[in-house]
Design a protein around this ligand. Sequence first.
Ligand code: AHR
Length: 518
Amino acid sequence: MTTRSWRSRARRALTAVGTTAVLAAGLLAGTATTSQAATQGPCDIYAAGSTPCVAAHSTTRALYGAYGGPLYQVRRASDGATRDIGLLSTGGYADAAAQDSFCAGTGCVITVIYDQSGKGNHLTQAPGGGAAGGPDNLANAFEAPVTVAGHRAYGVYVAPGTGYRNNRTNGIATGDQPEGMYAIFDGTHFNGGCCFDYGNAETNNLDTGNGHMEALYFGDNRSWGSGSGNGPWVMADLENGLFSGVNRGSNANDPSVDHRFLTAMLKGAPNRWALRGGDARSGGLSTFYSGVRPNATGYDPMHKEGAIILGIGGDNSKWAQGTFYEGVMTQGYPSDATENAVQANITAAGYDSGSSGTGTLTPGSRISLRATTAPCCTSHYLRHNDTDSKVVISGTTSSSPAADKAGATWIVRAGLANSSCLSFESADRPGRFLHHYDYELYLDFDNGAGTFAQDATFCPARGNSGVGTSFQSANFPAKYLRHYDYTAYIAGNGGSNRWDSSASWAADTSWLVAQPWG
Ligand code: AHR
């Protein structure tokens, strides 16, 4: 059944970390493990392998055992004030509670991702470039909640239009100099837009030609290259090409990878490069490609420029989405053994999504929301339209088409403006959130503005009819998520809008949290 037809029918009416890493570093350095520090980070391992980090970015944890500085900076919407978010302890995990309290009741964006390497290669808001204007959007600070070794933390959620960059770096490879890099991404958050990248790019935000970039790419863009299956793939963005192997186009050895936490690695040296990856929660790395530079002109020798990008292409192509938790760039071409030891450190770090359950109001879980108003609507579920960005309720059953079921399925997220409340991301339109505009409900991408975060945040409360749950608008606390004439709004119990009608208000604003249809 199409949206149009149902709408008309509806009458529109660690210690583990330290142990693993210490062993790895000890093996690499050929020293007794007992002489190592109590905790080690990935950058200690790279240093032990003689390929030290020259950039180290993470919003979740320290990447050196001895790092005790800030991880990132947030800016809150209410007054524009900024706050550095640091660690619970030296060498440890992000102090997520500091973000929660600083941003409580308003929105926050991530303004700076600090470089832990001491080189000063911090990432900040990307400027416009050859492909798209700017400045780019900043990531909402609450959209990628995780736990690391049981500690709450937030990743960098890149919606299309979001980007970070540093064009004036220190120590990053240029020309044909060797370098390595890794990043941990959310393997379930991607798209086909160009280009969700992390790594080396042009210093002037323009496409300056083949070989002027060397960055990790993750997604299912097929414009230049692809691997086996339907994607997503880890590829190398070398400028004017996403490479999955020695050939332009498809290379069968580069597999589709969708681990919830994905380790992606890239390294390059004169006429030599490699692409590796694995599950950031367990196991080792697989080598997707290792060999000579691509058999296309302009990539040997390379012409790396040494800027660092996150979430965008070299020319500020900003149509991609993805999530970044941590990443580093090194001086020199790391050995496979060093990278394997880094992967052991990563898997021991204990990344977790917090919740992957279904049917609960826990961030990460998938749900459907069933209306409770009888007799009209008790088999109706909140869903987005296919034909426009409006949100409605419609009858949904086990025999409904898959597209209708998917449209009625939501991923619970920590509230964009207040992590004590909730936001709802569409299950089949990743990155798009339920939000109100002019008191009507719509589905749209987070535009990074504080107003959007507020408009997309709802605080659950006991059902206004005594049944189920009601969802209070974060910025209009007298208004609740309501269906009226089969369309969704935020509504008060009496008010100036037609949908504020007191008749059936309590039932219309009470919802049952149901198992997800999709
Ligand atoms: O190489 C793929 C993309 O092509 C680069 O990221 C961008 O600079 C160019 O548009």
